[in-house]
Design a protein around this ligand. Sequence first.
Ligand SMILES: [Zn+2]
Length: 259
Amino acid sequence: MEERILKDLIVLGRAAPDEMKDGRQAVCVGGWSDELGFIRLYPANIHTTLNRWKIIEVPVERNPKDVREESWKIEGSKMDWSQIHHKVTTVGELTRTEKIELLNKIPKVNCIEDLNDSQKSLGIIIPKEIISCEYEERKKYDPRIQTKLYMFTEGPMLKDNPFLVKTKKNYPMIPIIKWKCPGPCKLKQGYHKSQVIMLEVYEWFRKHGVSEETKRKLWDNLRICDDEYDKWFFVGNQNNYRRSFLLISILRFKRKLKR
Ligand SMILES: [Zn+2]
């Protein structure tokens, strides 16, 4: 099996945890490597400090169940699940200027369908217009939080919330953004409707609860409709639903100069 050490992975975003078939609660990490392009690391455990804009070094191997070119998993992730966060080394972090330079440098697509057409599973796209921000009811909502576990004996999240890791299905709603790509859009309807899975969004609801107020405030906090911010959408598809792209991260920077 192909193995290597990624030495220059810049983290662009993390998805909220989901639950694997064997009960492991796993986070998907997406990023950029100058050497290899877009990278997906899955699964990572909740203690893996893979914050956005960190530059990390990590030994990886291919996942035989995921043939997408961008997909890798941390070496030995199943056997060493409770310890895999020790395999990730932070080697640096980008400055504000470097972050914007990187976003300008990374190849971008004009429509999500361009990713489908070229069989890519991760990409960056600059939204032209936000049409609406809303919530849909989660059909597979499960209020029971998984507690059988994979005991973690250490890690930052342990203090705060020992074993209650909420996964996406533990929330009754799905945040959705309707938006227009720079185009020309290849969809008949002329816009995209994307589920937001970014970790920060679910952390907001985990910490502050789900109410009409927190639901409204989320969009304000993301500055999603604030024209003073430049935005980049980092999107990725799912292994089982290749044509459906989700919003892994909304990267935004306040413009320094008024246009
Ligand atoms: Zn489009």
